[in-house]
Write a new protein. Sequence first.
Lengths: 894, 99
Amino acid sequence: MPFNILVLACLLYVALLFVLAAWAEGKSGRGGAGILRSPLIYPLSLSIYCTAWTFYGAVGNAARSGLEFITIYLGPTLVFVGWWWVLRKLVRIGRVQRVTSIADLLSSRFGKSNLLGILVTLIAVTAATPYIALQLQSVTQSFGVFANQTPEVWTLEGRGGAAVWVAAGLALFTILFGTRNLASNEQHHGIVIAIAFEAVVKLAALLAVGVYVVFVLGGGPSAVAARIAAVDLDSWQPDPSRWTALICVSAAAIITLPRMFQVMVVENIDETHLARASWAFPAYLFLMSLFILPIAVVGMEKLPNANPDMLVLTLPLTQGQGALAMLAFLGGFSSATSMVIVETIALATMLSNHIIMPLWIWARPRAALRSDLRAWVLRARRLSIIGVLALGLGYFHLSGGSGALAAIGLIAFVGMAQVLPAVLGGIFWRGASGVGAVMGMVAGLVIWAYTLFLPSFGVGAALPAFVFDEGLFGLSWLRPNALFGSEGMDPLVHSIFWSWAVNITLFCLGSLFTFPGPVERVQGAAFVNVFDEELAAERLGWVQGQAEPEALLNMAQRIIGEDFAISLFEEAARSQGKQGYLPDLTPDFLANLERRMAGNVGAATAHAMISQLFGRAMVTVEDLMAVASETAQILEYSTRLEHQQEEVSRTARALREANEKLTAISVQKDAFLGQISHELRTPMTSIRAFSEILTEDGLPAEKVAEFGRVIHAEAARLTRLLDDLLDLSVLENGTVQLTIGTARLGTMIDRALAAASQTRAERHFDIQREPFDEEIYLRTDEGRLVQVFINLISNARKYCEANHPKLRIAVRQKGARVVVDFIDNGAGIPKDQQGIIFEKFARLSDTAAVGGAGLGLAICREIMATLGGTVTYLPGQKGAAFRVSIPLRIGQST
Amino acid sequence: MPQRRQPLFLARASYRKRRLRDGARLLPIFGALVLCMPLFWPSTSAQIVAHWLFVFGAWAGLIGLAGALSRGLSDADTSSREQGDISPALPPRDDLDEL
C-alpha cells in the first residue's frame, strides 16, 4: 500500500472532519441543533475515553498481561452504570453552577479559591502532557508502519516531522472550532459532532479488524477460543491487587480526566442524555474490547516478533488487506486526534481561566477594565492551545517516542486521580474544606510523582539510582517502590495505594480542623444539596426544567408592566418570525428582557429571577450578595427620600402658614386703609363744605363765627385722629419711649377721672371707689397708664346709656400684679362683639360716635402690652366691664 | 419545631419510582462484586476463556440492567413532570427521604 495514498486519505479524512465541524457549528449557530440534540451524540462523544492508547495499546496490553486490559473499561462501566450516584450530581452541578472545567468545579466548590484552580490545572497539564505525547507517538508510529512496515527502521527525524505536522494540524483545528467564540457555557458543537463521527470510525475500524481476525485469520470463535486456552504465560494470571486497583483508578479517571469532564459535564446539553449514556457508553466500551484478546492472541501467533502495540495495524497489512489496514489506520488516527482536540480545549480553558487571565488582570489592572476582555480571553485560549500541544510535542521529542503505550496512560490516570477525593468529598460532604483539598492533593501529587511519574523515566534518569536502592536521604522507608516498608507491591498498585491513602487522610484531617469562609460554606451547601430543591419541588408537583415563555411573560408583566411586557414579547416573537406573543427563549431575547427588568428591580435581582425560571442555573452566592447590596442601596435611598419628603412637607406647611398670615395682614391693611380714609374723609368733607360757604359773600357774622367753630372742631378731630394713629403706630412698632417712675394708683385714677370728665361733661356719673385699696405704688409709665384709664372712663361716659349711670372702679392686688376693673351699669357689649372691640376702628355703632375714631381700645391694648400688662373685657358684670392688669414693677412678668 | 408532615406511605407509582432509584444505586455495587469474582477462581491458562466469557457476560448483563433502569427512571421522570400545576410555595427543606 503506497505511503502517498495513505497521506492523501488522511488529508481527505481531516478535510471531512473540518467540513463536518463547520457544518455543525453553522447549524447550531442558526438555532437548529437537531442532530446535536440526538441522544446518540452524547455517548459517542464520551468515547474520547478510548484514545490511541485503547485502539493500539489495549492489544499490546492484552498481549503482555492477558485479561487485565479489560479493567481499564470495567471501571468506567461501573461509574456509568452507577450514574445515579456521582455523574448525575456532577452534571447537575455543572449546569447549575456553570462549571467550565474540573479545575473550575473544585475552585467554585471550595469558595472560588483560585489556588485550587491553579493546582488542579497544574496537575491536569502535568498528567496530560505525556498523554498527548502518547497520542502523537501513536500517530507517527502508525505512519511508520505504513512507511516501512517495521517502525524501527523509520528514522527518528521522520517521526519527529510527522509529529510536528500532526500537532500543527490539531492546533489549527482546535483553535478554529474550539475558540470560534466565547460561549458562556463553553460548549463546542462543531467539535462534539466531529468527535462523535470519529467515535463511529474507530469503533467500526476495530470491529472490522476483529471480525477479520476472528473469522478469517482465526477460523471462527471456537478455534480462537482454543488458541487462547493454549497460550501459556505466567503474566496472564490476573493479579487481584492490580485488578481491583486498575478498576478503581480507571473509574476515578473517567470522572476526573479533563477531557472526560469536558464532554460529560460541560458539553452536556440535556441531562436526560446521561440516563441513556449509562448503558450506551458501557456498551460502546464493551464492543471496543470485544475483539482485543483474540486480536492479541492471533497476532502474537502470526507475527511473534512484531510490536504488540501496533498489531491492529500490522496484522491486516501483512495479510495484504490494504483497505482494512487503511480503515484501522483511520480508526487509530481518529482515536488520537479526538482525544488531543478535546484534552487541549479542556486544558486551554483551565489555563486561560485560572492562570493566564488572573495573571494578566493582576499585571495590568487598568487595561483589564478598559479593553475588551473577550478578545483577551480568546487570545489566551489560543495561546494555551498552542502551548499545550507544544508541551506534548516537547515531551514526545524528549522521551524519544519510547516506552510502552499503556504505561504512560496509566501514569497519567493515577496523577489525575489525585483530584478525585476532593471532587467526591466536595459533592457529598458539606464539611469538606478547601484547605483539606489542597493539602490532600499536594501530598497525593508528591507521592505520585515520587513513586510513579519520576521512576517512569527509568532508574537513574529523573531519580538517581541510589534513591531506588537506599531511599531518599538514605531512609529505607522512603524508597520510591517501597514506601513505609511496603515491599513486594506492584509499583502501580503501590503508588495508587499510598497516594490515595495520604491524600484522603490529609483531605479529611484538613477539613476536620479548619473553618471555611462564608462563600465556601454556602457553595458547599449548594453543591451537596443540589437535588434538594428538585426533591421538594417534586412533592409539590412543581414543574421542573426550562422556563416556558408563558411563565416568563407572567413574571415580566409583574415587573415591567402588562402592556410593556406584552409588546416586548410580541416584538421579539415577530423578529423571530413567529406569530403571537410567545417568542423562543433565545439568549438575545433573555438578555434584552433581563436588561429591561434590571431597570426596574436591579441587575442582580433580574438575573436571579430569570435564572430561576430559565434553565436550572441557580442563584449563586455572588448573585445573592449583589441582590442584598442592591436592596440595601434601595432601602437607604428610600429612607433618604422619606427624610426629604418630611422636610419638604414641613417647609410647605411653614410656607402655607406664612402665606395665610401675609394674606390676613394684607386684608387687615386694606381694611385699615379703608377705615383711615373714611375717618379722615368725614371731617374733611365738612371742613371743605363749611369753608366753601365762608367764601360766599354776604354771610351774617354770627354764621361766619358758627361755621368757623365747626371747621375748628373738625380740624381738631382730624388732629386727634392723626395723633392717635401716630401713637398706635409708635406703640405697635415697639419704638415707644417709656418714662418709668413710681406712682400711686389712686392719684393716677384721680387724674384720669378729672381728664375724662370733659367727655359728655353734661352727664353726671356716680363714681364708686375704694380709696383704701388704691393705696398701691406702681413702678410704671404713669402717663401711659393714665391714658388707658382715661380711655376706659371716657368710653363708659360715652356709651353707658343708663338713666343713673354708675361707674365702679375696683382695685385688687393679686400677687405681683394689680387688677383694676372699670364696671358701668350700661347695656354692656353683646357677646359676639366682645372679640373685636380691641381691633382698630371697631366701633359698635356710628350713632354713638362722639369724637372718637375707634382707635382708643386698640391703643389701650398696645399700651398695656408695652407696660407688661393686659386689658380685657370682663363679661357677666351686668354692664360693660374692662379689667386692666398691671405688674407692680414693670419688667416683672408675673 | 412545627413542620408540615408528609404522608407516611406513598402512592404505588411513586413507590415504584423510589425503588427504581434504589436499584440504580445498588447496581454499581453489585456490578463491582460480580466483576471481582474471577479473582477468587483458580486461574490456569485453560481457565482464561472461561474468565473471558464470564467477564463479558457479566458486562453485557450490567449493560442490560442499566438500560432497563435508565428507561424506567426517565419514564418516571417525565411522568412526575406531567402531574400537578405550578405552585410557587417554598419547598420545605426537611424530611426529604421518607418512604
